[in-house]
Design a protein around this ligand. Structure first.
Ligand SMILES: [Zn+2]
Length: 138
């Protein structure tokens, strides 16, 4: 489990026993906080942090820690996870599963696909982090 210290956003990364696949559970409000100062595991209002790149940083950190894992989808995508998964897939389609028109048009079954199946896939590099937005408090 990884947790962003400032926002409390967190995600749990689970690995399949076979196949080299992993999957992400990122409903912060269900996962108990690992912050020792947050014994109640306070609910995080994820809308407040949507689009700020925090989730992507958590996902990319997990991917860095587990470089041979391919990250499959597990269940449906929330309105917050869908754009993130699309960006991750667009940057590295072999590594990250996501709904994708390009893959669908070519009938690529992501889990059984090899790296060369994505050789002509359009790549949109995702920045590793988003420049922080300063919030002015009066
Ligand atoms: Zn694709």
């Amino acid at each position: 489990m990884l947790q962003h210290a400032a926002s409390g956003l967190r995600a749990r990364f689970t690995f399949d026993s076979v196949g080299g696949f992993g999957w992400v559970f990122s409903k912060s409000y269900v996962i108990r906080s690992i912050d020792p100062g947050d014994s109640a595991g306070a609910v995080t209002w994820r809308e407040e942090y949507a689009g700020r790149g925090i989730g992507r940083r958590l996902y990319l950190l997990a991917a860095t820690l587990h470089p041979s894992t391919r990250w499959r989808l597990q269940g449906g995508l929330t309105e917050f996870a869908a754009p993130l998964r699309a960006r991750l897939h667009g940057a590295d389609p072999y590594r990250w599963e996501a709904p994708c028109d390009w893959c669908n048009e070519r009938a690529i079954a992501w889990r059984g696909a090899a790296p060369h199946d994505f050789g002509a896939h359009p790549i949109t590099p995702a920045p590793p982090a988003i420049t922080p937005t300063l919030v002015k408090v009066s």
